[in-house]
Design a protein around this ligand. Structure first.
Ligand code: SF4
Ligand code: SF4
Length: 112
């Protein structure tokens, strides 16, 4: 089991999650974060910290595609352990449906 980052992180990226993870397993894309499934120890601490409610345990149904996206991009995006300023328009994108199709970027973020 692991936790995965899902749709509502895209363009929100508040980064409250990265500071609480005891094993630093968040990786940063241009406009979202992912969790490395092989590094996550399933502690669950990050889930309630996410203001966008974007972090879910992979035991929830229909998360296979998100698990694959987290696994694939955690291998190529840089590690992030410190919170930075979220995008200025993050609030406007909170809860917008279908962000994966509309806004996902495969480009890496800055990392720490
Ligand atoms: S706190 Fe939630 S929305 Fe913010 S970066 Fe982490 S997973 Fe994404
Ligand atoms: S469940 Fe724990 S180990 Fe996994 S990403 Fe969240 S804080 Fe890190």
């Amino acid at each position: 089991m692991t936790y995965v980052v899902t749709d509502n992180c895209i363009r929100c990226k508040y980064m409250d999650c990265v500071e609480v993870c005891p094993v630093d397993c968040f990786y940063e894309g241009e406009n979202m974060l992912v969790i490395h499934p092989d590094e996550c120890i399933d502690c669950g601490v990050c889930e309630p910290e996410c203001p966008a409610e974007a972090i879910k345990p992979d035991t929830e149904p229909a998360l296979e595609n998100w698990l694959k996206l987290n696994a694939d991009f955690a291998k190529v995006w840089p590690n992030i352990t410190q919170k930075r300023e979220p995008p200025a328009d993050a609030k406007e994108f909170d809860g917008v449906p279908g962000k994966l199709e509309k806004y996902f970027s495969p480009e890496p973020g800055e990392g720490d």
